[in-house]
Design a protein around this ligand. Structure first.
Ligand code: BEZ
Ligand code: FE
Length: 290
């Protein structure tokens, strides 16, 4: 009979997964088991603490539904999602940031430029952006999937009072790689505060629940890595304390007043000036799954 001891339990457990045929999957599972054991050893994990941790994970699973993944939120508030984004980021390319739980596939296609303002209340603004390759060349026909919250902080699918697909669209960049979205300035909002991730982890740490205002975008073009990212507002009070660590310097944009009477008229603004945020997105070469 094999003799299991404190000295060999970790290597025996790690080795027990050596039969996983796919090398990368084997590496991932074995590293995870090794690190779990290391963590338990480092803190001298007790039975009560181990049971509490399993109970927490149970509650994370219990509250999760197809529309709400508390596991994603757990990954976000522990900085794991951002670490994975940073590990994947390529020098010279726009960094990635949180996908978040409010992306829904199948956003409606709209012509570029697009006006999403509709009946939304809020400050009318323009996002004027370009999609470029890593060398700065324009990527014409790139796909942009865009979504944001409304003036009450909610995304359309959270709020029955908003029309279906409010403040979201897909469009294609023009010949110069450019696209323009007339919209309302997004507002800060809270991560879900009624689940175990906030109540048992974030709140006891004295951390806040707020995310700074942002646009979400997924930008893709053939021959390039798909970029999942966010654009933040330089004037937002929560920029330094995003509950999910999504802010990167290159993703912060500033609204400036531009003299553009035609755009101002289209947006129903009283004067000739429009609040414009300009942003370039640079895609790294590679396939979508790179
Ligand atoms: C969001 O940006 O929509 C979001 C991201 C992470 C957690 C909660 C919300
Ligand atoms: Fe969001």
């Amino acid at each position: 009979m094999r003799k299991l001891t404190l000295d060999n339990i970790t290597s025996v457990a790690v080795d027990s997964f050596g039969g996983i045929p796919e090398p990368r999957r084997r590496e991932l599972v074995q590293a995870l088991v090794r690190h779990l054991h290391e963590c338990a050893r480092e803190v001298g994990l007790t039975h009560a603490e181990w049971r509490a941790a399993l109970g927490f994970l149970h509650r994370v699973g219990d509250i999760s539904t197809p529309e709400r993944s508390e596991f994603s939120l757990l990954s976000d508030v522990t900085g794991l999602s951002s670490l994975v984004d940073l590990l994947a980021s390529e020098p010279g390319a726009t960094p990635g940031s949180n996908l978040g739980p409010f992306h829904v596939a199948g956003s409606p296609w709209r012509d570029n430029p697009v006006d999403l303002t509709g009946a939304n209340e809020g400050l009318r603004v323009l996002l004027r952006a370009r999609v470029l390759d890593a060398a700065g060349g324009p990527l014409a026909g790139a796909e942009v999937d865009f979504w944001q919250n409304a003036g009450n902080g909610l995304y359309w699918q959270q709020d029955p009072a908003q029309p279906t697909d409010n403040l979201r669209c897909r469009l294609r960049t023009g010949a110069d790689g450019g696209f323009e979205i007339a919209t309302i300035r997004p507002v800060p909002y809270e991560i879900p505060t009624d689940g175990p991730v906030f109540l048992d982890l974030v709140q006891p740490a004295g951390r806040g629940s707020w995310r700074p205002a942002h646009y979400h975008l997924i930008v893709s073009a053939p021959g390039h890595r798909t970029l999942v990212t966010e654009i933040f507002d330089a004037e937002d009070p929560y920029l330094e304390r995003d509950a999910v660590f999504g802010v990167r310097e290159a993703l912060v944009g500033r609204y400036t007043e531009e003299h553009d009477p035609a755009a101002a008229r289209r947006l129903g603004l009283p004067g000739p000036a429009v609040s414009v945020m300009r942003m370039d997105f640079r895609l790294a070469p590679g396939g979508p799954g790179a």
